[in-house]
Design a protein around this ligand. Structure first.
Ligand code: PLP
Length: 480
């Protein structure tokens, strides 16, 4: 692509981006299309001859942009709502232009050092001690996998890195502990590491959806007695369903007493720790061996960007470092990021996070997190004030779990579940907002989460209005 053509297309792309971000609220959050609809509009075979950028961008505008689920929409309040903020998008674009692969310091000096720097900024922002050092992965799922691999590698005498696990009589079942509210990425890590999902102990949670620490202690004792080898505990700070926070100090102290590795999944709620008033909820976080925080969840950085902080980064390095001949360098003292995980090639993710932190400033980021939590509190109050709705969990951050509770269905849990599923489908089909659901103690519960920078009181009010209207209309009427 000749430079002039690139410049013109880049300006056009910048306009597309700016128009999209300014006008995304005009779309329905979820496009009204069926599986296969997009594919039908696109040629089945690749073009034999190159096409003009104008045509490609026009197809992007008409065939692709309208047919995504708009995660950058202010009415997106499902799962954990996120934001690809302006500075983050620009950082992503510039990283694409540089196209560096910072596997070694030598192959990416500034990217390597910026990654170390922004991870240290994040560490300071959440109030962790300086021994924690970080690196960036694509997702929290990978961070948890890496952490558990490091924990397994630390087990004395097994040398699983060299000998593997299969066919060995001297490797007992290796057990991992997390609450019944933990994210499925813990199971996936157990699958990938060959530990087996049966060896992930799902410790019951208490009435506030936090891991029951006494039950955790009992499970570890029982496993040791039965000849299993406990490897690690995964505590969660901000569980996926309710955003509950496990009792990190009690769990951390237990892990120290039991000489167990502690990984804290703070993918969502870690961001709240940049506000000092939320740190008490994560008291004991510094007892962790590793902590994962996702700037791509609630720190306004485009997907993907997940920071893994480790108290002893060498634990990761010992588990993973493996330098083939062609990658050997003589840069003494340099960090080679490929040593800390599975992947060799790596994207320059630090740039967008650096842009975001610098553009908003830590105080600016705090203001936005606080605003999101305040909007969630307003929605919670609305739920509490509506006789036909009930709150289903505490609201420590920006996520509210609730459900509709029509008088006539109160005594029929299965019918209540069906009613709430239908309600969610109707509210989402309306277009302006997108909510999600989960199950708590086996019952269907709806979730509204605030995490997009453009979400205002009006968007949350729209959700309340739709919920009330759709619930009223769907309500079973007493037979005459
Ligand atoms: N941990 C928690 C608490 C989550 O809620 C999620 C996803 O929502 C994950 C981990 C997985 O995140 P990722 O998509 O970065 O792997």
């Amino acid at each position: 692509m000749p430079p002039d053509e690139f410049r013109a297309a880049a300006h056009e792309t910048a306009d597309l981006l700016a128009d999209y971000l300014a006008g995304v609220g005009r779309y329905d959050v979820v496009p009204k299309i069926a599986p296969g609809d997009v594919r039908k509009t696109l040629p089945a075979a690749p073009p034999e001859r190159g096409e003009a950028m104008d045509a490609i961008l026009a197809d992007y505008k008409h065939l692709i942009e309208p047919n995504v689920t708009h995660w950058n929409h202010p009415g997106f309040m499902a799962y954990f709502a996120i934001t690809g903020s302006g500075p983050g998008v620009l950082g992503e674009a510039l990283a694409a232009g540089l196209n560096v692969n910072a596997m070694l310091w030598r192959t990416g000096p500034a990217p390597t050092e910026l990654e170390e720097l922004v991870c240290d900024w994040l560490r300071q922002m959440v109030g962790l001690p300086p021994e924690f050092k970080g690196h960036i992965n694509d997702t929290a799922s990978i961070a948890t996998l890496l952490s558990l691999a490091a924990a397994r590698h630390r087990l004395p005498g097994l040398d699983i890195r060299t000998k593997g696990m299969a066919g060995r009589g001297d490797v007992p079942p290796l057990t991992i502990y997390c609450s019944d509210q933990a994210h499925s990425s813990v199971d996936k890590a157990a699958i990938t590491l060959g530990l087996g999902t049966e060896n992930v102990r799902k410790i019951p949670s208490d009435a506030l959806f936090r891991m029951d620490v006494a039950a955790l202690r009992d499970a570890i004792t029982l496993d040791r007695t039965a000849g299993c080898l406990p490897v690690a505990v995964v505590a969660t700070a901000g569980t996926t369903s309710t955003t509950s926070v496990d009792l990190l100090r009690a769990i951390g102290e237990l892990c120290r007493a039991e000489k167990l590795w502690l990984h804290v999944d703070a993918a969502y709620a870690g961001s709240a720790c940049i506000c000092p008033e939320f740190r008490a909820l994560l008291d004991g976080l510094e007892l962790a061996d590793t902590i994962v925080l996702n700037p791509h969840k609630w720190l306004f950085t485009p997907v993907d960007c997940s920071v893994l902080l480790a108290r002893e980064p060498d634990a990761l390095k010992n588990a993973f470092a493996l330098v083939p001949e062609y990658l050997k360098t003589s840069d003494a003292g340099a960090t080679n990021l490929m040593d800390y995980g599975v992947q060799l090639g790596r994207r320059f993710r630090a740039l967008k996070l650096w842009f975001v932190i610098r553009y908003f400033g830590v105080e600016g980021l705090r203001e936005r997190i606080r605003a999101h939590c305040a909007l969630a509190q307003e929605f919670k109050q609305w739920v509490e004030g509506e006789p036909a709705f009930e709150l289903c969990a505490p609201v420590p951050f920006s996520t509210v779990c609730f459900r509709s509770m029509p008088e006539q269905l109160k005594t029929d849990p299965a019918a209540l579940d069906r009613f709430n599923e239908k309600l969610l489908a109707e509210v989402n089909a309306a277009g302006p907002v997108f909510l999600s659901s989960t199950k708590l103690r086996g019952r269907v519960v709806l979730r509204l989460t605030v995490g997009n920078l453009r979400t205002t009181r009006e968007h949350v009010a729209k959700a309340s209005e739709l919920l009330k209207r759709c619930a009223d209309e769907a309500q079973p009427r007493p037979s005459k």
